[in-house]
Structure formats: C-alpha cells, structure tokens
Design a protein around this ligand. Structure first.
Ligand SMILES: Cc1ncc(COP(=O)(O)O)c(C=O)c1O
Length: 618
C-alpha cells in the first residue's frame, strides 16, 4: 500500500506558512532582544541559537560542563545527534512559559497561528469526512512503532502527524453528521479548553484544583437542583459541606453509571456491626453470604447502555447479573416484567442491587416510565438509578419535560456533559439524591484526599482528573434553563421534520416513531416488491427483512465512505416485524443542523441508494 496517498494536499502550504511565521518571529525577537539586553547572565546556554534564558534556573543549574562533556560521548552516528546536555537544554526550553523564552515564544506563536488556520479550515469544511479513506490506509500510515532517539522539531510533528490527522478526522461538528451523539460546541469552549490546559488543574484535591473544585461543586449543585428540586434549606446546607457529595464528575457516562452501581452495591449490603464490616471492606461474596443471598443482580431494560455490562462485570455480578426486561412497541421497558423479576429475585434469594430506568435510550431515544419504576423501587426497597446520560436535558424543556417525570425520585442519576449539555469530551456526572450516600464509596489517603477536606477525589472512581466541570459551569451559566430547553425543543423538532421528510420520499420507513431526538429508519429497495409490501404495513418474512438489512448495510457503508453526510446504523428488535433488523440511526442534537441539512443528508443517501440498487423511480 502506498501510504503517501493519504498525505493531505494542504500539508506543504501549511508547513511553508509555519516556517515563514517562525522566521518573522525569530527575526523580530533577535532584533529586539539581543543577548546583551536580555538581562540574563546565562546566555552561553543556548541551543541552535535559541536562548533558553535562566527562568527557574534553566538547565544550566543542574548540568555541569563536565557532565556535558561526558555526555558528548553518547552522541551516536555522524548524523546530527544531541549530547545529553543539549537534549536536556532543549527539553527544558519546551516547558518555558512564553514570557521567559523569546524564541520559544516565536515558535509558539507560529504554531498557534498555524493551528488556528488548520482549525478554521477544518470547521469551515461542510464534509463529514475525507472521502474514501480506508482504515487500512490509516493503520499503514501510522505504522512506525519505534520511538525516535533524537528529540524532534514541533513543526515536523505538525507537518507529519497533525496535518494528516486533521485532514482525515471525522468532522463531528458538521451539521450533516447526524449519526452519533456528537455535536458542535459553543464557540467559547475552544478558548476555555486552552485555558484549562494552561491551568493544568487536577480536581482530585483542593491542593491542585483550588478554585476549580468550588466551581465544580457549584455546577453540581445547580444541576442537582434542576434534577431533584429539593428545598432552599437543603441546598444552603448540603452544597457547602465537605463530607458529602451532591454528585461526582467522571470522564463520561460509563464511569458515572459504574459509580452509581458501586454506590448501590455497597448500600445494598451495608455493614452490620462486627459481624460484617461492609461490602466496601469485605467484598461482595462476604456480603451476600452474610445476608443469606445466593447471588446479586441489576434489573433494567434490554435497551440499557452496554456500559451497564462493564459495571456488572467490574462490580462482581457478571454480565449475566444484568436481568434485562423486554420493551414494548415504543421501546419503553415493560414495567410489569420488571416487577416479575423483582418477585423472582425475592423468591430466589437474589439481592437486587438496583433497578435502572433509561432516560434516552442510546439507539432509540426512548424514555422509560420513570414514575412507575420509582414506585417499584419504593415498594421493593431497592436503589433506583436513572441512566439519563443522553436524555437528561429533556428536563429543561417546558414542552417535553413531562416525559421524564419520576427522574426526581431516583437515588442516583447519570448525566453526560459531553452529550446534550454541550461540553467537550470527557465529562459525565453521577448525581446522588441523598448526598450522604456517597459515604458508601468514600476513600481517603494521608497525602491527599484527607477526611475533612473538600477534595473530590475522596468520592470519585478516577484519581487525577481534569477540571472539565468548568465547561459545564460555563454552559449552565451562559445557556441557562431556557437556553438548554430551547435546544432540546429544537432537536426534537428537527427529528420530527426528518420523519416527515423521509416519509415524503416514499422510499423509507421508520423503525421507531421517535419519542425524542433519536430516529431509526430503513431504506426500502424496490426489488422483489419489498418496498410495496413494507409501505403497505405488512409483516415481512425473515428473508425479506434480511434482504432489506443487506441493502441498508451497504447503503450506510457507501454513505460513510463518500464522506459528505453521515447516519449510523444498528441492529435492533422490531416490535412490528418481530425480528431483529438493521436500522439507520439518526441523532440530532447539533444546534447547527437545519432542515436543509436534513434534506441534503436524505438526498445524498437517496442518490447513493438509487445508484446502488438501480431503482426505476428515482
Ligand atoms: C444512555 C447512555 N448511557 C451511558 C453512555 C456511556 O457514556 P460515555 O460514552 O460517555 O461513557 C451512553 C453513551 O452513548 C449512553 O447513551
């Protein structure tokens, strides 16, 4: 394979600009800051003409000339090879803040300029992806597995890695990228992300995330209030406490779900005096034996996210410990079946760690009857968790929040910042209705996360953790309840528009009538009377459904390859056709997606389908 085929055409131009910028900046730096007026006594410690100055002592304070001389022997072949001293000098220069390193500053400015251009070009590109890049090509392109011995130049990295990577990245913010849960982000997120990197805060503890810990606690309290609507007094007291948590910030919905079930497991098998010191100390098996159980499980819908399987595995109940219940025609869980499971568990002496309600199924957007599940949890005295990673923000919509009623009765709720709360990737939250329940998983350590500190690391599964809650806080403050509500209304309206648009073509059928902003549908090939039969509302044979599946898989792959527009696909049980079938999946939450983007996506898809399946009616 010729790996050069994926090298972007823009690479040389970008590199040239970068080098021009570098030369400009270096010239002006040299003119304005000669060694004699730099104020430094340390100008002899330079590498390739770059003064590294003596900020924080620089490299010279920890390297003697003698060491440098002996390190010279490490220089290998006749090629340009750095001494250990030079390598150290160069490494230190990489870390200098701009105001203390004129040449580094010139490089950084040139780099920023070039990255800004790359970013702008990426964002103004209407395509979803570069066409026809095979994954095999990418794996071949990024093939080297040996680290370079010598440090490299930043511009070389930019040219060789960043530029082709961007060129072949999926444009997750594109308005016609309507297949996954990624969206565009508010404009202020990009500069805020840069600031976060500059702060390099670590919210595991106040000693490294001082103000940002309290920004996080405020964001958690604001969202907790929107979720659970507890009274003024509760928030006045609980939001200020150090030894409880209204919620914990995680890297995403997976860890938020895992945290919720971790709390649920430990609460289900609590300490019992000296006889049992608690599940957190003695483990699941000892807890089950102590309480006379024969096993443990979690009960929820068949549409529960696969992260529940990961949690079940990690928490010691195994994936078979997930007792999944069927759904009805609307993909909402059959609450009657949940009740039967609860009764069965009681009879079988199986501990039910939690019942789970889904608020926004990943493939279906469906929201379970959370009120009914809350009633069940109360009746059977079981922890109630709601996975609202996707659908939680429906609570902000005056028009649609009735669908999510009952969520406020959950013991724990998962929300994802990086989904419909519009933060950059890496932000999930597990909320606790009763903040004291966090004690079920609390851990402390002497050097950090001390008992009475405000350190959030006492409660989080993760240790070191970026202060991404700043993104959440910014959106909560800047968008407000009304802003989020407007976006939820808009997304649901767009999906409904898409339903009518695809029905108007007479070539597609919906697989589910969307409850929120996720839609499943399929293309109906004309061949063999498939389209006619399906549109007439017939239940098709297994062979007919399989033929439609094959067509939809090919169609989705071809559309993805072409790169202009994108919808995803899944396989799901159809309550209408009574078989598992392939559905094209649309997720619309990008505020920049308009009706015409939807029309364009459908037109693109139809043009591909017509060319593939040779329909006459196109
Ligand atoms: C309902 C639901 N729960 C949990 C998750 C897991 O979230 P993450 O990918 O942020 O870990 C997802 C992700 O799509 C989801 O849709």
């Amino acid at each position: 394979m010729n790996t050069s085929t994926i090298l972007p055409p823009t690479a040389p131009a970008v590199q040239e600009k970068f080098l021009q910028g570098m030369a400009r900046k270096a010239q002006s730096s040299a003119g304005n800051n000669s060694p004699s007026d730099s104020g430094s006594d340390d100008d002899t410690t330079s590498y390739e003409g770059k003064s590294t100055s003596d900020y924080s002592g620089g490299a010279s304070c920890c390297s003697s000339d003698a060491e440098a001389a002996s390190d010279d022997e490490l220089a290998s072949s006749g090629e340009v090879s750095m001494t250990a001293f030079e390598a150290e000098e160069k490494m230190v220069s990489l870390f200098l803040p701009p105001q203390h390193a004129e040449f580094a500053s010139a490089e950084a400015s040139a780099l920023t300029e070039t990255l800004n251009e790359i970013e702008e070009e990426f964002m103004s590109n209407a395509k979803v992806a570069a066409p026809n890049t095979a994954e095999a090509e990418l794996i071949a392109f990024y093939h080297g597995t040996e680290m370079d011995e010598e440090p490299a130049e930043v511009e070389a990295y930019l040219r060789d890695t960043i530029t082709p990577m961007v060129e072949h990245s999926v444009h997750c913010c594109a308005p016609t990228m309507i297949g996954h849960m990624t969206t565009s982000l508010p404009y202020y997120m990009r500069p805020l992300a840069k600031l976060l990197t500059t702060l390099h805060a670590n919210n595991v503890k106040v000693e490294t995330g001082k103000a940002s810990t309290f920004v996080e606690k405020q964001a958690l309290a604001m969202l907790h209030r929107e979720l659970f609507h507890l009274d003024e007094q509760f928030y006045a007291v609980e939001s200020k406490k150090a030894n409880v948590a209204l919620g914990v910030v995680t890297s995403g919905g997976t860890i938020a779900n895992n945290t919720a079930l971790w709390i649920a497991r430990n609460r289900c098998l609590p300490a019992d005096g000296d006889a049992f010191r608690g599940c957190d100390k003695q483990g699941l098996v000892a807890g089950l034996l102590h309480y006379g159980y024969r096993g443990a499980c979690v009960i929820g819908s068949e549409v529960m996210h696969y992260s529940m399987k990961k949690s079940a595995d990690v928490l010691g109940i195994g994936t078979e410990g997930l007792r999944t219940c069927p759904f009805g025609a609307d993909y909402r869980v059959d609450v009657g079946a949940m009740r039967e499971q609860l009764i069965l568990c009681r009879e079988q002496k199986i501990a039910v760690l939690a019942v789970v309600g889904v608020a926004g199924g990943t493939e279906t957007g469906s929201i379970d009857d959370l009120r009914a599940i809350a009633d069940l949890a109360q009746e059977f005295d079981v922890h109630f968790h709601v996975d609202a990673a996707w659908g939680g923000p429906v609570m902000f919509s005056e028009q649609h929040k009735h669908m999510i009623a009952g969520m406020e009765r959950a013991d724990t709720v998962t929300l994802d910042g990086h989904k419909q709360l519009y933060t950059p990737m890496g932000c999930g939250i597990c909320f606790l209705r009763d903040p004291k329940h966090i004690s079920a998983v609390e851990k402390t350590a002497n050097y950090i996360i001390r008992k009475d500190s405000y350190d959030m690391g006492k409660f989080t599964m993760e240790g070191s953790r970026p202060a991404v809650s700043l993104f959440l806080h910014a959106n909560l403050k800047i968008m407000g309840v009304k802003g989020y509500g407007a976006l939820v209304d808009r997304s649901i309206r767009m999906v409904r528009y898409m339903v009518s648009a695809l029905r108007a073509t007479g070539k597609f059928e919906t697989v589910l009538d969307p409850m929120t902003n996720i839609l499943l549908y399929r293309y109906l090939p004309e061949e063999g009377g498939l389209r006619e039969a399906a549109l007439a509302g017939h239940v098709l044979s297994a062979e007919q459904n399989a033929a439609i599946d094959t067509a939809n898989i090919s169609l989705q792959n071809a559309q993805k390859r072409a790169g202009k527009t994108f919808v995803s696909r899944t396989t799901i049980f159809s309550p209408v056709q009574k078989v598992r079938l392939v559905g094209l999946r649309v997720v619309i939450a990008n505020p920049l997606t308009t009706e015409s983007d939807i029309d364009n996506t459908l037109a693109d898809q139809l043009a591909i389908a017509d060319s593939m399946f040779c329909t006459k009616s196109s």
